[in-house]
Design a protein around this ligand. Structure first.
Ligand code: PBG
Length: 345
């Protein structure tokens, strides 16, 4: 007899019996007991996966919540020591620091980003002193430091000048490494950026400093809340001439390959949840460690819906992060790092 499950049977009509071979394999059996579910579980989220982003500002006793990212703060260096210690105690392995200089320190080139007493340079010292076992990662970019908010210097007609920006990337990288950064994460998506930084670091004796390349960074609407937090929205135009088109996947593989060739130690995909396919393709194609950034907009959506009572925030937080692991990430940058570390302790 042919069994076709799509067939409709009218009321009172007899439904043919299910052939027994359909029930020989019952996937529900391995889901039937909590301990058995643990044993067959393929992926896990642990504290070892977490990187906590922090925003540092000038001033004293500043601890200012970002309105579009509740639970995320911009904090001055005197508060940072406590924050870093707490993250260390919770078992978070690493921080990534974002500097937010005052407007009057910004210029067309973003020179304050490589000053030895710049905000991130001093923050690195604070973290090293207060929480020495935390890995110190820094975001290397110019959008927070330039008065126009683009990720480098501009041509006279207002476009990002790739090659003129490369020497500035080198200056910022060396300055951050000198100040104690252990991993440098260039996020500007400039051509040749990773090679320039690797070369500069090696030349001045920082061969031990790793590069976590934002290899695949999409021009995304999910960065909105971050730009409030970091005061880094472009004054005109957008970032679509340097960040990737959300429609492209093959291009992500080219970007990734080129960053590996240029010396990247770890590659990042960003944002995370809307780009799990990209993460998975990188995982299958390359053999380097992968990071994924659960960005500000992803965080804000979960937060907001949770506060409305429309979703269970904790459950969705863990589920999203686990999905990112399952897709292939070895590590995740997430504003939820502390909450997760607390839960998984
Ligand atoms: C650029 C940078 C951005 C983010 C991290 N690094 C913003 C951008 O490219 O506009 C976004 C992170 C987030 O949204 O959480 N320095």
């Amino acid at each position: 007899m042919n069994y076709s499950p799509g067939e409709n049977f009218g009321p009172g009509e007899e439904v043919p019996p299910l052939p027994p071979e359909y029930l020989v394999r019952r996937p529900r059996r391995t889901r039937s007991h909590p301990a058995l579910r643990r044993l067959v579980r393929e992926n896990t989220l642990t504290r070892d996966d977490l990187i906590l982003p922090l925003f540092v500002v000038e001033g004293s006793n500043v601890y200012q919540e970002v309105s579009s990212m509740q639970g995320v703060y911009r904090e001055s260096l005197d508060r940072l020591a406590e924050t870093a210690k707490r993250a260390e105690q919770l078992g978070v392995p690493a921080l990534i620091l974002f500097g937010v200089p005052p407007r009057d320190q910004k210029d067309a080139e973003g020179r304050i980003s490589w000053a030895p007493d710049g905000i991130v340079q001093r923050a690195l010292e604070v973290v090293e002193r207060s929480a020495p076992s935390l890995l110190r990662i820094v975001d290397l970019c110019f959008c927070e430091y330039t008065d126009h908010g683009h990720c480098g210097v501009l041509t006279p007609d207002g476009h990002l000048d790739n090659d003129a920006t490369l020497p500035n990337l080198e200056l910022q990288a060396i300055s951050l490494a000198d100040a104690g950064a252990q991993v440098i994460a260039p996020s500007g998506m400039l051509d040749g950026g990773v090679a320039a930084i690797r070369n500069a670091l090696d030349e001045v004796g920082h061969a031990e400093v790793s590069i976590l390349a934002y290899a695949v960074k999409y021009a995304s609407g999910f960065y909105g809340p971050f730009r409030d937090a970091a005061d880094s929205a472009p004054a005109f135009g957008d970032r679509s001439t340097y960040q990737m088109d959300p429609a492209n996947a093959e291009e992500a593989l080219r970007e990734a390959r080129m960053d590996i060739e240029q010396g990247a130690d770890i590659l990042m995909v960003k944002p995370a949840l809307p780009y799990l396919d990209i993460l998975q393709r990188l995982k299958r194609t390359f053999d380097v460690p992968l990071a994924a950034y659960q960005v500000s907009g992803e965080y804000a959506m979960i937060k907001a819906a949770g506060q409305k009572g429309w979703i269970d925030e904790e459950r969705v937080m863990l589920e999203s992060l686990l999905s990112i692991k399952r897709a292939g990430a070895n590590m995740i940058l997430t504003y939820y790092a502390r909450e997760v570390a607390k839960l998984l302790r």
